[in-house]
Design a binder for this molecule. Structure first.
Ligand code: PLP
Length: 355
């Protein structure tokens, strides 16, 4: 979906890397995160300042190969190292479908997936993954099991950007995760970053990445620095024809897509979508509603397996079951290319014609 914006930007984000550039493992040996390119750190902090979505300046920045690597780094860093039993990792249903898989994939002795945060059945320590706005349903969330004393929180803020949701406050949590994938669309560069308040936690996360991949690709970091810098610049040049404000441009595209989808769904009589309350956005200065990257669609009770039903109509979705809930819910992507999104609308419309 973001391709059209970056095409309009032409060569502004082209990065040239000579054969003799960036050979070392190290980027800045004085930094706690010694493989973090200073240009990327500057661009990340500059962007958070321009958008006002996170208090980055008094946090340590740890870069990762996508925020996926940082989720695991955070679990490692927050787990007690000398307990006989692994710490429970929870998230409220419906949760991002990768959390259970990535938590249990290597059967770690340090942490284990314990499911829905609402049903946490331990008085001991736990880690809660708080995704806000949430994937799959786009809802703004707070921690569920906060104040039980022994809980540690990881805030996955991949979608806390003004094209997806109103920016209500600068987030200021202990561990916050962001990613270029969702912010600018550059998923293939695999750049994510963590903003970490505590030095020891940041150091342990850095250690995890050191042992896992000995740092993060410098080519990717330099490209991401350029792209994030261009987004910050675009925020200063609102209204200029040459530099569309990236977030305004993307928000308008998403709003248009959501209007079209809501229209098709309303006519169907068999599907429904969540509504999002209007909220004041500090970034745009306007009252806006969320336009999530995914649509969390509920299907009528008469359809038993919604994924199967939609697949028969050539629409690929992910089942509610994968997100810890019922299969009458499915997740649809709102951020595909134009042609794909238009086909989705056409095929949804065709179902209504027949059923
Ligand atoms: C909530 C959430 N967190 C993390 C990720 C992982 O993103 P990446 O590894 O591309 O940074 C995703 C990707 O879909 C996501 O939706």
């Amino acid at each position: 979906m973001f391709e059209s914006y970056w095409r309009k930007m032409g060569d502004k984000c082209t990065v040239v890397i000579a054969g003799y550039d960036s050979l070392s493992y190290f980027a800045d040996t004085k930094n706690l995160c010694w493989f973090l390119e200073p240009k990327l750190e500057g661009a990340i902090k500059g962007l958070h300042r321009a958008v006002g979505n996170a208090a980055a300046d008094d946090h340590h920045v740890v870069v990762g190969t996508g925020s996926s690597q940082l989720i695991l780094a955070a679990l490692y860093a927050l787990s007690p190292q000398d307990e006989p039993e692994p710490i429970s990792v929870v998230s409220a249903v419906p949760y991002y479908s990768s959390y259970p898989e990535m938590t249990d994939f290597l059967r770690s002795g340090l942490y284990k997936w314990a499911g829905d945060a609402q049903n946490l059945d331990t008085d001991g320590p736990y880690i809660e993954l708080v995704t806000s706005p949430n994937n799959p349903d786009g809802v703004t969330r707070e921690a569920i099991v906060v104040n039980r004393g022994q809980g540690k929180l990881v805030h996955d803020l991949a979608y806390y950007w003004p094209h997806y949701t109103p920016i209500s406050h600068p987030a200021d949590y202990d561990v916050m995760l962001f990613t270029a994938s969702k912010c600018t669309g550059h998923a293939g560069s695999r750049i994510g970053w963590a903003l970490v308040r505590d030095k020891d936690v940041a150091r342990k996360m850095t250690k995890f990445i050191e042992l896992n991949t000995i740092g993060v690709s410098k080519e990717s970091q330099l490209r991401a620095a350029k792209v994030l810098g261009a987004v910050s610049d675009s925020c200063q040049r609102s209204g200029s024809l040459e530099f569309d404000n990236f977030f305004e441009y993307s928000k308008n595209l998403l709003a248009e897509r959501w209007d079209k989808l809501r229209d098709v769904v309303k006519r169907s009589g068999i599907f429904s979508l969540p509504e999002y309350p209007p909220q004041h956005c500090l970034f745009t200065g306007e009252l806006t509603v969320a336009h999530p990257a995914f649509a969390w669609m509920k299907c009528s009770e008469s359809i038993e397996d919604c994924v199967k039903f939609l697949r028969e109509h050539k629409i690929l979705t992910r089942s509610g079951k994968r997100f810890g809930t019922e299969q009458k819910y499915v997740r649809l992507s709102m951020v595909s290319r134009d042609e794909e999104f238009n086909l989705l609308l056409q095929r949804l419309l065709a179902i209504q014609g027949r059923d």
